[in-house]
Design a protein around this ligand. Structure first.
Ligand SMILES: NC(=O)c1ccc[n+]([C@@H]2O[C@H](COP(=O)([O-])OP(=O)(O)OC[C@H]3O[C@@H](n4cnc5c(N)ncnc54)[C@H](OP(=O)(O)O)[C@@H]3O)[C@@H](O)[C@H]2O)c1
Length: 247
């Protein structure tokens, strides 16, 4: 399903910094009419409001707080594109003392947060003609990196849920896009010690606009992502994107 951001109302979680902020700017640069900046602290979207005026509407949303998501979905009743970008990464291997605590927090935000977003916004997108739902997954959805393995497990689970959403939201006419960046130059990449090999967030944001236009399900936007996406392409087409339940 193809989706053009021109003239559309969008909502982006984690819009105040990193990849999310760049996505808001790319959507507006490509003609989006409005972007709800869904953030934990609405003051943190001040830069975006200063730069883009009333085209940016800050709205409070915490992925671990279902009520805040329901409330944001009521506020953003005209939304046609939802980008669930916000996420957390803690460095823990399965043998770290904090592994259990860490994975519980990452699952709450990165996986349960996705489910909460889908449940709250599916009816809004449907009522507005279908639209599109974008989920920021990772190359870590396909490959575990041992020193932040709990994060990788959460992103693998989020990718699995995204595949199910492709089918379920597709029944409403909603396009679903699963985005799988490698290291991208943000606070998160710095915290994982990946800053030196990171590509710019603009590659992710521009890739999302283009993949929505072409109607792809998977997006591998940067240098490492393209390497992993190239190796994964055959499996993606033959298994993930195929309907194996048909005779
Ligand atoms: N950077 C990478 O190398 C990379 C690679 C692959 C995938 N990704 C994914 O891309 C997405 C964006 O990553 P990033 O690098 O831009 O991260 P980042 O720089 O660490 O920014 C994270 C964003 O998520 C928000 N956030 C954190 N917890 C939240 C919660 N409970 N509810 C709502 N918002 C919350 C943060 O808001 P506050 O300012 O309030 O903390 C911030 O806006 C994430 O899903 C990440 O897993 C990143």
């Amino acid at each position: 399903m193809s989706f053009d951001v021109q003239g559309k109302a969008a909502l982006v979680t984690g819009a105040n910094r990193g990849i999310g902020k760049t996505i808001v700017e790319a959507l507006l640069a490509n003609g989006a009419a409005k972007a709800y900046a869904a953030v934990r602290n609405t003051d943190s979207a001040g830069d975006l409001v200063a730069a883009h005026g009333e085209k940016v509407v800050p709205v409070r949303l915490d992925l671990s707080d279902a009520a805040s998501i329901t409330s944001a979905a009521q506020t953003a009743g005209d939304v046609e594109l939802v980008v669930n970008n916000a996420g957390i990464l803690h460095t823990a291997s399965p043998l770290s003392d904090n592994a259990i605590d860490t994975i519980q927090k990452e699952i709450d935000v990165n996986v349960l947060g996705l489910i909460r977003m889908a449940q709250a916004f599916a009816p809004v997108l449907k009522a507005n003609g279908g639209g599109a739902f974008v989920q920021l997954n990772s190359v870590a959805s396909m490959k575990s990196f041992a020193d932040f393995a709990t994060y990788c497990a959460s992103k693998a689970a989020a990718y699995s849920i995204t595949q199910a959403l492709r089918e379920k939201l597709g029944e409403h006419g909603t396009a679903v896009l699963s985005v799988h960046p490698g290291p991208i130059a943000t606070d998160m990449a710095d915290s994982a010690g990946l800053g030196e090999i990171a590509d710019p967030p603009q590659m992710v944001a521009d890739g999302i606009v283009e993949a929505l236009r072409t109607g792809d399900f998977h997006l591998f936007p940067d240098t490492m992502a393209k390497q992993i996406g190239g190796a994964y392409a055959g499996f993606a087409e033959a298994i993930v994107e195929a309907n194996l339940m048909e005779a």
